[in-house]
Design a protein around this ligand. Structure first.
Ligand code: SF4
Length: 330
């Protein structure tokens, strides 16, 4: 028996108007270029890639905060309603977002407990007493005291603020949490505590999470599966341990090799040649071709598609793995 995905995105495309240049000409930026993904109930999918690869845009498209130019998003078996409609607002109660900067996500003039209460009021959770209890339970669940709940966001530490954001996001018992770089504004120790909290929330509540991050170590701690993005597209996806231990796409290999170990930079890290990707200048063929140390001629004119390798749930978009054009790893 197969289980239907909670969220299914198909062939999402998002192009932003244009970026004016000095000479007056403008260029469209294709931030997301044909992304398809599935998020199952109760799982955490990590979405990783360099900054500007389009991963945050994918998060916003999935929540309906922006409309795709092409493609579709299905939530719990139904097409995601148009943003702003009553149906979309009902869906949004079941899909919440946690942002990178908790201070800008919170109202600086309102005590955090009142902000945790807001979604309960909006979605008519119950009586005043029921809401009081729910707020107290939520603060407790994220490790905040009642006294901290009475404070303004500016009176809390960065980690406490992110806990308050999480409590608010969980208020309506969502089915999905989209966490966009939720720990990157925090110091190392607090990052670790928030990741532990996210993993605990996920295992207790069964909420599905899309965890967007450039930090592979953070992603590994909370994810079941991972999708690696490069220049608007997914280049590799699969079970997190398999992808991170045996990466098959040259970009994933370079990304993983660049993660410092306990003794500092990896002496065997793969250094990419060429310029960082320019989303306004799309070349034909594989998007990674200008920087790929293993490119062959076909890479410059044919774009590879995401296809399964040995394990059907591990998929890679690279000609070398599907056409027998193998060249040794440098
Ligand atoms: Fe490199 Fe070619 Fe594979 Fe693209 S398709 S990642 S350029 S080898």
């Amino acid at each position: 028996m197969t289980t239907a995905p909670l969220i299914e995105a198909k062939d999402l495309v998002k192009t932003y108007g244009s970026h004016p240049r000095l000479i007056g000409k403008s260029y469209p930026v294709r931030a997301v270029d044909g992304v398809s993904l599935k998020l199952m109930r109760g799982e955490t999918l990590g979405l990783v890639g360099e900054s500007g690869c389009g991963k945050s845009t994918v998060g916003r498209l999935i929540l309906g905060l922006e409309a795709p130019d092409n493609g579709s998003v299905t939530f719990d078996g139904s097409p995601l309603a148009r943003a702003g409609s009553a149906e979309w607002r009902r869906s949004r109660a079941r899909m919440q977002m946690v942002f990178q900067d908790p201070l800008s996500a919170l109202d600086r003039l309102l005590p955090v407990a009142a902000q945790v209460r807001e979604p309960l009021v909006i979605h008519k959770f119950g009586s005043q007493a029921q809401m009081d209890k729910r707020v107290a339970d939520l603060l407790n669940a994220v490790g905040l005291t009642a006294a901290q709940g009475r404070r303004l966001p500016g009176e809390l530490s960065g980690g406490q603020r992110q806990r308050a954001v999480l409590a608010r996001a969980l208020a309506t018992s969502p089915d999905v949490l989209v966490c966009d770089e939720p720990t990157s504004a925090l110091d190392m120790l607090v990052q670790s505590q928030v990741l532990e909290l996210l993993a605990e929330i996920q295992s207790k509540s069964g909420v599905a999470m899309l965890f967007i991050s450039h930090d592979l170590r953070a992603l590994r701690r909370v994810s079941d599966r991972v999708a690696v993005m490069y220049l608007g597209g997914i280049v590799e996806e699969g079970p997190v341990n398999e992808v991170l231990e045996t990466p098959r796409h040259p970009y994933t290999q370079a990304l993983i090799s660049s993660v410092p170990g306990v003794h500092g930079l990896n002496p065997n890290r793969i250094l990419l040649s060429g310029e960082p990707p320019n989303p306004t200048q799309r070349l034909p063929g594989c998007a990674f071709q200008p920087r790929c140390p293993r490119a062959v001629q076909a890479c410059s004119y044919t774009a590879p598609t995401l296809r399964p390798i040995s394990n059907v749930s591990h998929r890679v978009a690279c000609h070398l793995l599907h056409t027998g054009l193998h060249r040794p790893t440098p």
